[in-house]
Ligand binder design. Structure first.
Ligand SMILES: O=C(O)CCC(=O)C(=O)O
Ligand SMILES: [Fe+2]
Length: 366
């Protein structure tokens, strides 16, 4: 797993140690505690089922990439969770009591604590998981203040040449690093990757995580429906102030588990490009259709069916997969989603979230 600055990779290479049990995921690793296990990825030979690119002489770029089915989705035990089922998980918290050391802040690895969170599947298509209590309230506050300190700028996200797709939103990027003062950001990565990335992806030399994108929407701020884009196989959104409002209009709930049993017509619900996806969601309504991730204070759709709503609180996260898991290496267009306009009622009109994007850069070349 490389640490990447947005699309550019940094040279630092870190291998994390994490135990994954059959019944539960244990993410007990931290950068500080596992520093003796750091291994340069280039020194690892890929496992037998690994992804690989054929020599450049192959006929087309698409043919060069061999993606085993299952590699771009969740590994076990998450893969086997049904909608509504949960697994307990742990990650190590760094000691927040920092000590001054020659003008810099250092942390004592021996004092790291284990933090428990719960991972619940909330959709099968796309694969979406709700991470209850992933961050502590203190960690949320720390991320928001680091973003403010680094100087937030107006977000200029461009989607399909449209730079107005994200409205009234400020952004900061924090390094996904294990170096001071960003250890917390790196710690979130180590708490996620082994549970959520398959072994072939994790072992691949082009796997990477982008810097943490911290976003603060003002009143009425929004992000129009979009797919997160090339090579971003896994998105993790952290909810930093308890305000939600992320909507997946095409997400499928419990009753739609098996495509072969889907009497509503599976094919009609699997768009193959953005145009089809936008057409399909045109008349859909947040709370009634798809899956709405909303804050506890959001009272706008109290009457809606429970299995269409995921209620988050501060420190919760959502993890979802952006590619189909069938070996085709194609976008999963059911992962189309948006940030709904923020309202004055929730969070005083401010919505704070942060995104981590886990990449498999070799996908960009196809
Ligand atoms: O604002 C949100 O809730 C979603 C943000 C998002 O999808 C993105 O930043 O890519
Ligand atoms: Fe997104």
């Amino acid at each position: 797993m490389r640490l990447a600055r947005r699309h550019k990779q940094k040279p630092s290479l870190i291998l994390f140690t994490t135990c994954i049990g059959l019944a539960k995921i244990q993410c007990a690793s931290s950068f500080l505690a596992t520093s003796s296990h750091c291994v340069a990825k280039s020194s690892l030979s890929p496992p037998p089922n690994a992804l690989h690119a054929s020599p450049p002489s192959s006929s087309s770029a698409q043919q060069q990439l061999r993606i085993p089915p299952g590699a771009l989705g969740p590994p076990e035990p998450l893969k086997s969770l049904q909608v509504g089922q949960s697994a307990n998980a742990f990650r190590s918290l760094q000691n927040t009591a920092e000590s001054a050391d020659q003008g810099t802040h250092t942390q004592n690895p021996s004092s790291s604590q284990t933090h428990q969170f719960t991972i619940q599947r909330v959709s099968h298509s796309p694969e979406i998981f709700h991470l209850h209590n992933f961050l502590t309230p203190q960690e949320c506050i720390q991320i928001m203040s680091m973003a403010k300190q680094s100087g937030m700028e107006q977000a200029q996200t461009v989607t399909e040449h449209d730079s107005t797709s994200r409205k009234n939103c400020r952004v900061a990027w924090l390094p996904s690093s294990n170096s001071s003062p960003y250890e917390l950001v790196g710690n979130l990565v180590s708490g996620t990757i082994h549970g959520f990335l398959s072994a072939p992806v994790h072992a691949h030399s082009s796997s990477a995580v982008e810097d943490l994108q911290v976003l603060c929407y003002g009143a009425g701020g929004e992000f129009v429906p979009h797919h997160d884009g090339e090579a971003r196989i896994l998105t993790v959104i952290y909810y930093l102030n308890g305000v939600g409002g992320t909507w997946f209009p095409l997400a499928r709930g419990k009753e739609e588990r098996h495509p072969e049993e889907d009497t509503n017509g599976w094919d009609h619900r699997m768009p193959v490009n953005k145009g089809q996806a936008l057409e399909m969601i045109r008349d859909l309504v947040p709370g009634k259709d798809g899956l709405l991730v909303r804050g506890m204070d959001d009272t706008s759709s109290k009457e809606e069916p429970k299995d269409r709503i995921v209620s988050i609180t501060q420190g919760d996260a959502i993890a979802f997969y952006n590619y189909l898991d069938d070996g085709s290496a194609r976008f999963d267009w059911t992962a189309i989603h948006c940030g709904l306009p923020t309202t004055e009622e929730e969070g005083g009109g401010e919505k704070w979230i942060a995104n981590h994007w886990y990449r498999l850069n070799v996908l960009e070349e196809t």
